[in-house]
Design a protein around this ligand. Structure first.
Ligand code: SAM
Length: 290
């Protein structure tokens, strides 16, 4: 066993040449070749010895290796059947008992079943991933709606999606994704990662967000109603809120009543509303519709 980290570009290349030849673009495979970035991701996730970590898409193990060396226990989901052999051979051999690989689409995972017998079920988990970008948002919502007891999601994603999730009211990035995530999670931008930190290099830069679940969603009603109605408010984002509300409340006088109740001018654009204002607006719409 070598002491050179898997994330070292020369070792990554050697592993690729020996086992893979090519990365699978269709599976979003961009392997981290930047140990410094991995160390910063682990620091952002506040990884401590004994932590129970779920990793989505370990790839050739660049981040998994560092998680194991930091003393974490890692349960990983992967779908590329070329990878188990690599992980088995290349991960630090004296940590393999702390590693469990589940060869399954994470979107289909039965977490409770997979955790049993490996993690202490009364302890929370942390989720750490350099995500396959083609399913970034489904993975986030799948985790949010799962029964997993997790304290944080530390997720690398395309910069553009991170910008949308972390956006503040007023800008072009602010929209349904921002509000859906911020309704349920505290969002923190941990670091930006250049496209040069990966092999093969993606076209776009990336960013790591740390998402921590709030004790309960800020919108007190059904989360699905909130997300659906917010989406409808942004259906034509260049139009006013009043215009967008036509699809939900066709009668002009009733729309005016609702806007007055929540103290919003009819000509305001949806991206100007804060999360709190959307919560009041959606609550008023739902009350009106009941
Ligand atoms: N963690 C590694 C790293 O940082 O170098 C690899 C990250 S790569 C961006 C994404 C990984 O997710 C790939 O290994 C890919 O095969 C895997 N993957 C793609 N779709 C998946 C899915 N539906 N469920 C689980 N893993 C998936």
């Amino acid at each position: 066993m070598t002491n050179i980290p898997i994330a070292d570009p020369v070792r990554t290349q050697a592993i690729v040449n020996r086992y893979l030849k090519t990365a699978k673009k269709s599976l979003g495979q961009n392997f981290l070749i930047d140990l410094n970035a991995i160390e910063q991701i682990l620091a952002a996730a506040e990884i401590q010895p004994g932590d129970q970590v779920i990793e989505i898409g370990p790839g050739i193990g660049s981040m998994t290796e560092q998680l194991l060396l930091a003393g974490a226990k890692v349960l990983a989901y992967e779908v590329d059947d070329r990878l188990p052999e690599i992980l088995q051979n290349e991960l630090p051999q004296d940590h393999l008992s702390d590693f469990k690989l589940v060869m399954q689409d994470v979107l289909q995972a039965d977490f409770k079943h997979d955790l049993a017998g490996f993690f202490a079920l009364d302890q929370p988990v942390k989720i750490v991933a350099n995500l396959p970008y083609y399913i970034t948002t489904p993975i986030i919502f799948n985790l949010l709606n799962s029964e997993l007891n997790f304290t944080s999601l530390t997720l690398m994603m395309q910069q553009e999606v991170a910008d949308r999730i972390a956006a503040e009211p007023g800008g072009k990035d602010y929209g349904p994704l921002t509000l859906a995530v911020q309704n349920q999670m505290q969002v923190e931008l941990a670091l930006a990662v250049s496209h040069r930190s990966f092999w093969p290099q993606p076209k776009v830069d990336s960013a790591v967000l740390v998402l921590k679940p709030l004790p309960h969603p800020q919108y007190p009603g059904q989360t699905a109603d909130f997300n659906r109605l917010v989406k409808m408010c942004f259906a034509q984002r260049r139009k006013t809120l009043n215009n967008n509300l036509k699809a939900i409340i066709p009668a002009a006088d009733q729309r005016a009543e609702i806007l007055a109740e929540v103290k919003l001018p009819a000509n305001i654009r949806p991206e100007k509303l804060s999360l709190d204002q959307f919560i009041s607006l959606v609550s008023a719409i739902v009350k009106y519709k009941a």
